[in-house]
Write a protein that binds this ligand. Structure first.
Ligand SMILES: O=P(O)(O)OC[C@@H](O)[C@H]1O[C@@H](OP(=O)(O)O)[C@@H](O)[C@@H](O)[C@@H]1O
Ligand SMILES: [Mg+2]
Ligand SMILES: [Zn+2]
Length: 187
């Protein structure tokens, strides 16, 4: 059944689904999910939302890890989410560095447009974009998404800076946002 944009929740990865590090997440061992985030993704899926991921992975361009390691992280993520009863429809990632002038590195909207095309949507207007960094929200707003800042990962610092957040919902973490979204859909 085709989805409508309002049923789509696009998640940033590092700092939203799993712990982030200023030293990058360079190996499967360093990829440590927030259990409550895995469970939140499952609850959203079971309530009929489509969940996708849009993540910058400049660590590949910087030579800290390769696509095979990234694929192993995403296989682990999918395994955990499926085991919890959920599903991730698509993971879009940007392997480029800041100087590569690509069109997919957030805050540019390329990853979200990739997700839109993958899901056969004519627009992302009304979808949700959840992130811990301003660039996540900027990418979302560029596509007409409703934007949510979570205070996990870099989110606390992003919130304290207070720049570019006028349209953002602010939540403690993904689980709290999922609770709110599911309440809204309860009626
Ligand atoms: O939050 P998402 O988009 O899922 O992934 C962010 C990571 O790719 C890394 O992005 C880097 O930013 P630069 O790419 O060096 O500007 C730094 O912020 C790292 O701490 C962080 O782990
Ligand atoms: Mg992040
Ligand atoms: Zn890119």
């Amino acid at each position: 059944m085709p989805i409508v944009p309002q049923q789509l929740v696009i998640l940033d990865r590092d700092g939203v689904i799993n712990q982030d590090s200023d030293a990058y997440i360079k190996s499967l061992e360093e990829w440590i999910p927030y259990p409550s985030a895995i469970e939140a993704i499952a609850r959203l899926s079971q309530a009929g939302f489509t969940v996708a991921v849009a993540t910058n992975q400049s660590g590949i361009a910087r030579g800290y890890y390769d696509e095979a390691v990234l694929a192993a992280m995403h296989a682990r993520l999918n395994t955990l989410v499926e085991a919890a009863g959920g599903h991730i429809a698509h993971i879009a990632y940007c392997p480029h560095g800041p100087d590569d002038t690509c069109s997919c590195r957030k805050p540019l909207p390329g990853l979200l447009i990739e997700i839109q095309k993958q899901l056969g949507l004519s627009t992302l207007a009304g979808s949700w974009m959840v992130g811990d960094s301003l660039r996540d929200l900027q990418a979302g707003e560029a596509c007409g998404c409703r934007v949510v800042l979570v205070k996990t990962g870099k989110g606390d610092k992003t919130n304290e800076k207070g720049i570019g957040l006028s349209n953002a919902l602010i939540h403690t973490d993904l689980a709290e946002f999922a609770d709110e979204l599911l309440k809204l859909r309860a009626y």
